[in-house]
Design a protein around this ligand. Structure first.
Ligand code: HEM
Length: 415
């Protein structure tokens, strides 16, 4: 077999189809081509899309793929920022990733869990005073408080709403065009400027975050040449902690949605079985849409499954489609936490936050943080509060990225 045999989507450009079909774009074509890989054209250039376990394995092979020059500019301007860990390769990436993983210790995760509980207790006391509330908006703000406290970022109470709004805009605008994109861009500019100044103050000694925190560690992190990061890059990296913690609001809203749609799950969770709670959380991360795909560039020519893959080709790995791949998951479109009782545990088959290895590759640095926070929130929703879900439009789109239930989950009569 040679290069000509790779299934190819004909036409000049399919960026619009990607926008129109969203999470299903790659999966739809994998199905119609009966192939885990196909060639297309995106952003005016040749691109490859792939999905499934074997595709994830090859995508995370750092001899074959690199991240330099892969992320589209509009994502850098909103979601990622310039010169962050996401765009690094090789030793520079590993060294920077170590900085991230150094704050993910068991002690730090348990500190995170305690302050998540504390913030939920405060929030519930407030919610009891309200008739009804928009759960998505509320959870973003709780998470912003948790993120700042955990990362050692000092905040005044009257700044919290604005920071929540700005961090939210960065990921809510990631797939957007037009005004929403510009909102995300402005939000990033504002937060980066403020964070850069904060890092300067840490270095001058006028702000003293605890030593174990991201603000402290990242402010004093030295690169492979022994230099401190420039303050703009350090700011991007602290924001790489704050922004995605706020984004956990999306998963928490899907937790609430799953509890509403599958009331039998609530009963199982009330038994307090920690293993089942973990399986439920994994299934929420597998089932609901969040990050659609990740992007890299081919580092050097190689052949795979008989296809010749050319250096520099833009390549998308389908995260959502791999989590819904019938080759990996029985009845992938059924919500079934019990499937995780027998899950094979491969780092390439269940990839809501990327796959492969944390240190060697780009797998999400915050996966444990995400699970820890989701566990605490699930326990509150199931065992520590009562609430009602009034009639509303709880449907969610498989097109807009990221996807959030349309009503943003209104709840009422919280007790
Ligand atoms: C809210 C749920 C989250 C989702 C769906 C998510 C998803 C992802 C994905 C898909 C990637 C890229 C993987 C790749 O490029 O191969 C990633 C990378 C990353 N995530 Fe997350 N993430 C989440 C939460 C978090 C949290 C809470 C943190 C920090 C506390 C975090 C920090 C990072 C960092 C630093 C990277 C870059 C890693 C690297 O390039 O080596 N994420 N995440």
């Amino acid at each position: 077999m040679n290069k000509q045999n790779m299934p190819r989507e004909e036409g000049l450009d399919h960026s619009l189809s990607l926008m129109r079909e969203g999470y299903m774009y790659i999966l739809n074509r994998r199905r119609s081509f009966h192939s885990d890989v196909f060639e297309t054209r995106l952003l005016g250039k040749k691109a490859i899309c792939m999905g499934g376990k074997e595709a994830a394995k090859v995508f995370y092979d750092t001899e074959k793929f690199q991240r330099k020059g892969a992320a589209p500019n509009r994502a850098i301007q909103t979601l990622f920022g310039q010169n962050g860990v996401q765009a690094l390769d090789g030793q520079a990436h590993q060294h920077r990733k170590e900085m991230f993983m150094s704050i993910m210790s068991p002690d730090e995760l348990s500190r995170l869990s305690s302050l998540t509980k504390k913030q939920w207790e405060v929030a519930i006391a407030n919610w009891e005073q309200m008739d009804e509330l928009i759960f998505y908006e509320e959870t973003k703000e709780i998470l912003c408080r948790i993120a700042c406290e955990w990362a050692g970022v000092p905040m005044k109470e009257d700044e919290m709403k604005n920071l929540t709004k700005n961090l939210g805009a960065m990921f809510e605008s990631a797939g957007a065009v037009g005004p929403s994109h510009w909102l995300g861009r402005n939000a990033r500019n504002d937060v980066e400027k403020w964070m850069g100044e904060l890092i300067e103050k840490v270095r001058q000694g006028t702000v003293k975050p605890p030593e174990n925190t991201a603000l402290h560690r990242f402010s004093w992190h030295r690169d492979l040449d022994g230099n401190l990061l420039d303050s703009a890059t350090a700011a991007v990296e602290v924001i790489n902690i704050l922004r995605p913690i706020v984004a956990i609001a999306i998963f928490i809203n899907f937790v609430a949605l799953a509890l509403h749609h599958y009331p039998e799950e609530r009963e199982k969770l009330q038994s307090g079985d920690a293993k089942y709670a973990q399986m439920f959380i994994q299934e929420v991360r597998r089932f609901y849409p969040f990050f659609p795909f990740v992007i890299a560039r081919v580092k050097t020519d190689f052949s795979w499954n008989g296809y010749q893959i050319e250096e520099d080709t833009l390549t998308l790995l389908d995260l959502y489609g791999t989590n819904h791949d019938p080759e990996i998951w029985d009845n992938p479109d059924v919500f079934n936490p019990a499937r995780f009782a027998n899950w094979e545990g491969s780092p390439f088959s269940f990839i809501p936050q990327g796959g492969g290895d944390y240190m060697m590759g780009h797998r999400c640095a915050g996966e444990w943080v995400t699970i820890e926070i989701m566990k605490v929130c699930l326990d509150f929703l199931v065992n520590q509060m009562d609430y009602e879900v009034p009639a509303q439009d709880l449907s969610y789109s498989l097109v807009s990225m990221p996807s959030i239930p349309h009503s943003q989950v209104v709840i009422k009569n919280v007790r």
